[in-house]
Ligand binder design. Structure first.
Ligand SMILES: [Zn+2]
Length: 192
């Protein structure tokens, strides 16, 4: 059994402009949903720690208690000219769609692919810790920061130290015979 890991995972709000993905059903405090097209998807294991963030700030931490894997059919919107999935819908301009290669079209081509969908369940271990660690510091805690990765490795020991030093109360959670550090903040950080 490998050592438990910590991962920085990104949740997407409604501001996401790209039309290529049909969307992830993230429920921030309960589960994280990702699929087999996401780098590191097969490295996440039960017992691992998540630091959940949006694009702008840390939201909280969680312990992965269960991972449910199931095949799902995923619709992808493609440019009818060059087939890229990097397609953006536009609010007012017509035609409505434009791809990264600047082809413009009224409707994208839609195709379906079967992928494995992973749902990591926190089972009550999620702890809100909004802004407890700045985005700048989260980047430095990554093994190799890459803004394009939805799931990327954090240095677990340094993360645990940082959570303690920020004033977020840490608690230990025993999972699968592994002891994990999970931050616990009752009030949003910085309110005291
Ligand atoms: Zn195109």
């Amino acid at each position: 059994m490998s050592e438990p890991s910590a991962w920085l995972v990104t949740v997407f709000g409604n501001e996401r402009g790209y039309g290529g993905n049909a969307g992830y059903a993230d429920v921030l405090e309960a589960t994280y949903v990702y699929d087999s097209s996401v780098p590191n998807c097969r490295r996440v294991a039960v017992g691992d720690t998540f630091v959940v963030r949006t694009h702008t700030r840390m939201e909280g931490t969680a312990s992965v208690r269960r991972i449910v894997v199931e095949p799902v059919t995923k619709q992808r919107q493609r440019c009818p000219v060059c087939r890229t999935t990097n397609v953006r819908s536009r609010l007012s301009q017509r035609p409505k769609y434009r791809c990264k290669n600047r082809h413009e079209f009224a409707e994208p081509t839609v195709d379906e692919a079967t992928v494995e969908q992973f749902t990591a369940h926190y089972d009550g271990t999620y702890r809100a810790a909004r802004g407890a660690i700045s985005m700048h510091d989260l980047k430095t805690l990554c093994v190799a920061w890459n803004q394009n990765l939805a799931i990327q490795a954090l240095r677990l020991d340094e993360l645990a130290r940082r959570l303690e030093s920020t004033g977020a109360r840490s608690s230990t959670v025993l999972t699968d015979e592994r002891i994990l550090m999970v931050a616990e903040t009752v009030e949003p950080y910085g309110r005291e």
